[in-house]
Ligand binder design. Sequence first.
Ligand code: SAH
Ligand code: SF4
Ligand code: F3S
Length: 438
Amino acid sequence: MRGMDKKLKLLTYGCQMNVADSERMAGLLKQIGYSLTEDLSAADLILINTCCVRGTAEDKVFGQIGRFKTLKREKPSLILGVAGCMAQKEGANLIKRAPHVDFVLGTGQSCEVARVVQSLERERKHFVDISNVDGQTNSLDATSRCRSGQVSTFVPIMYGCNNFCTYCIVPYVRGRERSRKPEEIFAEVKQAVTEGFKEITLLGQNVNSYSGGMTFAELLRGVDKIAGVERLRFMTSHPKDLSDELIAAIAGGKNICEHIHLPVQYGSDKILQRMNRVYTVEKYLRLVEKIRAAIPAVSLTTDLIVGFPGETEEDFAETLDFLRAVQFDAAFTFIYSKRTGTPAATFDNQIDEETKHRRLDALMKVQNAISLEKNRAMLDSTVEILVEGASKTDDKIFTGRTRSNKLVLFAHGSERAGDLIDVKITQAQTWLLKGITL
Ligand code: SAH
Ligand code: SF4
Ligand code: F3S
């Protein structure tokens, strides 16, 4: 007989949506007696929540699954499960490739995790369910989360994606777009605040197309009114439909942070069209102008992909010019990864690895210089940060974030995680700032 003190080791890859799903699954598993552990050798259940947005994300997961083979041999009672986007994409192939995996649960079936584990506790046999990818995940939403962190947390407002950018696997592994009801979102935010969280990030693949019975701007204003939400963030915004109403909501908000993550993906019209992004460079630039005029303190970050099929040196040069024109605060840059089943995987003129890497390096060089310059402009200024806690490497150094989402390191005094404090910026680097408390 197993006692009530079973241990769960959860490994989460991929985006914030996966973090939120993991917290939910941990909540469900808690109800059947599993508490979280960091210690792999103590685990009775290992659950890997996976990502497949790029080949590198999948390689990491396969590597990890491989490493658990010995662990499983040493402890045959250990249950090993794979959930999330790669589970959705690969299904039974995962077990074929790694028979020591006990179960595979797709994104629409994560609400079943506790039932599946219980049945495997009784009788061990392989289990795969990747049905219902478009399913409402409300049954999952009804359970409370085991939230990680202590200051900042995620609240999904919608699931899935309808945009079908030609490079992207997400619409296939997350299904069609569906929105949660505002009441449910407000209730969850209130619950998180009661648990002590100060910063809420609303999540969706494209929050601008929220359709739960009010506009996204209205939803954001509603959450902004909830007492105890000291900072409010959201991601991701698709540039095609970021509304004037949303810009006004941020500009007039109380605790809505002045930061917009606005993935552009590329800086030439030809490639944007081939990516099915539905906007032009010109339209994006006009949007940026409008945002900056309405919210002068705004920080803008983006995602970019290099090496998309058909990309020429001219397209790439246009992207570098585009970066210089926009002056993003930061950019996440990715090498195009061919995803089987997406339209772009069949496009002609796939780009060779060497060219992709060369272009990534050049892109990062241009953006890093801009990011550094932007951060340097903050030297000697005083900014409010939300204290997150000790840094990973040194418990005398604490970290916090500005409203514009910049990371600030400072020497720890009496501050506690969750405090809002003023710091003076004394050093600027490409990806972070250093400051002193006042
Ligand atoms: N829904 C969000 C995030 C999607 S995934 C959005 O639309 O912005 C996060 C990022 O991964 C994307 O913005 C894109 O830059 C990158 N990405 C998606 N598919 C990719 C692929 N096949 N190769 C490389 N990067 C990819
Ligand atoms: Fe992928 Fe495009 Fe949807 Fe984002 S908007 S998840 S990049 S298909
Ligand atoms: Fe997120 Fe990766 Fe899935 S980016 S939605 S976990 S494919």
